[in-house]
Design a protein around this ligand. Structure first.
Ligand code: DGJ
Length: 693
């Protein structure tokens, strides 16, 4: 007896089936099926054949493949009794709740286990959210619990997952599918620079703008394991869960984080837009949704730990003059923090640097029309701190562990640690008009521990409940903690510690597979980049920052007259456009020139767009190749203009029309032939604005 279930969101259909009350399996995930599709026939059609060398029946790739049912691939659940005895459960479907969402409750009475799978679809964002929960009548030790296990298409040559490093986040790895397993095992205990929990599986031939693609994101900040396996019979499964063995204590309840899924028939961009919209509209909670995203000024690269009132006062004035609307005081304001060897945990204003507290600086910042933000790194502790001297046992891991940035991690699972942090942070927030926290996290955990992440979430949730108007930025040495779990509690990410616009251009481009502009902080860095040593022109630095949530991080005292003028102009451009760009989709363009990294930000109604075409290197050919646009109405006419024609280089001598005037062209032409841009130096950005007529 086969029972079938179906979810639709207008773009994708998901069909699940349970045979003879076994665990359900996904029998179809892809483009929308007709409403009259016979799901019984579809299940029958899904069966693959059996031949010599195979079992007499193919064990299902169920929502949690069971080792006890002769499944020869990676099982979806590994656990043992609290005495260490391995458990090999066999579940039966017990009950199903159907409707706009699906909930399957499955039981293994012999072992006292209940496994629950939940699926919900969002017809606006086209994201399927699913989760697995395990309940046990007796405490059990969990080694591995997969979120609902999904099939991957067999007509895909490659998978694209995401790695990275400090100042080089969001590097896309393209790995060919082949027999066996590709594992991404994040043992850092946090999301990390190295292992963003996302995956794209493009069906053969898919590009950014066309073809089919499947997208996955695991919304958890404690480090994940991803398993992409091709079985000997060719079937492919993708599993996601908390990092293996990161549930340290035996318990009677476990759950995975939400797994976010989407299918696109408009290339990688279809998945990217779904993730961007879902994160912006469904995950992030905005304290003041109607307030424009303010231009930031962050003083880190200007003064580091050297906080001096006259300097900060001067810098604040210059930042406001440039157009900043929020001033963020970075590391160095508390304890005796003159460098990174001390004081984490001593969240008390340093009276040497701020004898009258933060009030004079905050008042000054306010008088300049800016709001005030403050840096914290709550989960960390310096051995050289009063708190550590009083509570050495609050640190996570062995006493003689290798330190990271000379610091240890606080054990966030301990309620008294969370209470202490809450008291210190809330006192500062109560005593000072602060509307923004930059929440940092600058080292990996000594060992992965899911309880640590739950503790951090609990502290964030408590602070947010009591200070609902304070925005929080997730910064972890730059992009070290970016995922939908942390983003449910924060509103911005510091994408990278690299303020090198050339590196940022690439990082932003690849991060846009998952992240919308509204949450992605991007700052204009110093003329000579502190982390790469590169020297980049102000035009390029300014436009790369204007692609996302804009800010400045250089010492404004270094700016000459031209740099000041350019920065003020681009900032004004960003302010003039930020209202519609906040909800724009970022569409990555398929550039014919590998030296050009380009994107089209388009309002969801398609009435206007802006193309950022960044020239990351000198091109192989001498003239620019046309840049094909995407997602336009082929029959509509668009007026396009080069927003920064004033940046034309003297070596550009031809008659490329956009140099002189605006053009009216059809969507069909712009998508089939593309925009022909003027010649430019490398490390420059062309900005093309378009309006549908
Ligand atoms: C790492 C962050 O990414 C930087 O922006 C800065 O806040 C430093 N930490 C401060 O220690």
């Amino acid at each position: 007896m086969t029972k079938t279930y179906r979810l639709d969101d207008g773009r994708q259909t998901l069909v699940l089936a349970s045979e003879n009350d076994r665990l359900p399996q996904v029998v179809y995930w892809g483009g929308s099926l007709p409403s009259g599709e016979n799901l019984g026939a579809l299940c029958a059609a899904h069966q693959i054949d059996v031949t010599g060398g195979m079992l007499d029946e193919n064990p299902a790739v169920s929502l949690c493949p069971e080792a006890a049912r002769s499944f020869q691939g990676q099982a979806g659940l590994m656990l043992s009794a609290s005495d260490g005895r391995p458990l090999l459960p066999e579940f039966r479907l017990h009950s199903v709740e159907e409707g706009d969402a699906l909930r399957f409750v499955c039981q293994d009475a012999g072992n006292g286990l209940t496994l629950t799978f939940e699926f919900a679809v969002d017809a606006q964002t086209r994201i399927i959210t699913c989760q697995t929960k395990l309940d046990a009548t007796q405490p059990v030790r969990l080694h591995w619990l997969a979120a609902p296990v999904m099939p991957a298409p067999q007509l895909a040559m490659d998978m694209i997952d995401v790695s990275g490093r400090w100042c080089g986040e969001f590097q896309l790895n393209r790995t060919p599918w082949s027999a066996g397993i590709r594992t991404r095992d994040n043992r850092t205990g946090s999301t990390g620079h190295e292992h963003f929990p996302g995956l794209m599986v493009p069906v053969t031939g898919a590009t950014n703008t066309q073809g089919e693609c499947y997208g996955f994101h695991y919304g958890w900040s404690g480090g994940h394991t991803m398993i992409a396996e091709e079985l000997q019979d060719g079937r492919r499964q993708v599993q996601w869960g908390h990092a293996k063995d990161s549930e340290i204590a035996a318990a009677t309840r476990f759950e995975t984080a939400p797994l976010y899924l989407t299918y696109s028939d408009t290339g990688l961009n279809g998945c990217a837009v779904s993730f961007q919209r879902h994160l912006r509209e469904r995950i992030v909670t905005w304290p003041k949704p109607d307030t424009p995203r303010p231009v930031h000024y962050n003083c880190w690269e200007a003064v580091y730990f050297d906080h001096k009132w006259p300097v900060l006062k001067d810098i604040a004035e210059r930042a406001a003059h440039l157009g900043a609307e929020r001033f963020v005081l970075d590391d160095g304001w508390f304890g005796l923090r003159d460098d990174d060897t001390s004081s984490l945990g001593d969240w008390i204003i340093d009276a040497r640097k701020y004898p009258d507290g933060l009030t004079p600086l905050i008042d000054h910042v306010h008088s300049l029309g800016m709001t005030f933000g403050l840096w914290f790194e709550p989960e960390m502790i310096s051995e050289n701190s009063d708190v550590y001297r009083a509570h050495p046992d609050w640190a996570l891991g062995p006493q003689d562990q290798i330190l990271g940035r000379q610091q240890k991690v606080l054990n966030m699972a301990r309620p008294q640690v969370r209470d202490f942090l809450y008291d210190r942070i809330s006192a500062i927030l109560r005593d000072n008009p602060i509307d923004y926290i930059k929440w940092d996290h600058n080292r990996v955990l000594p060992t992965p521990d899911a309880a640590q992440t739950r503790g951090t979430y609990a502290l964030l949730d408590r602070l947010r409940a009591d200070f609902p108007l304070v925005e929080i930025e997730s910064c972890a040495s730059g992009g070290g903690r970016i995922d939908f779990g942390i983003m449910a509690r924060t509103q911005r990410v510091w994408l990278s510690d690299s303020n090198d616009a050339l590196e940022r251009l690439r990082i932003q481009h690849d991060a846009a597979l998952f992240l919308p502009s509204a949450v992605t902080g991007s700052h204009v860095g110093p003329r000579h980049c502190h982390t790469s040593g590169r020297t980049l022109d102000i035009t390029f630095r300014a436009w790369v920052a204007a692609q996302r949530h804009m800010g400045f991080e250089m010492d404004p005292r270094e700016l000459d007259t031209r740099e000041t003028e350019v920065l003020m102009r681009v900032t004004q451009w960003w302010k003039d456009n930020r209202a519609w760009m906040r909800t724009a989709d970022i569409l990555r363009l398929d550039s014919a020139d590998p030296a050009v990294i380009a994107e089209q930000q388009q309002d969801p109604a398609g009435a206007r767009f802006v193309v950022f075409a960044g020239k990351a290197a000198t091109s192989a050919q001498i003239s620019p190749r046309p840049l094909r646009l995407t997602a336009l109405d082929p029959a509509a006419m668009y007026e396009i203009t080069l927003a920064n024609r004033d940046e034309l280089a003297g070596l550009s001598r031809g008659t490329t029309a956009l140099k002189e005037r605006d053009l009216v062209l059809s969507g069909k032409y712009l998508m089939n032939h593309g925009v022909t841009l003027p010649w430019s130096f490398p490390e420059r950005m062309w900005v093309v604005e378009g309006t549908r007529l």
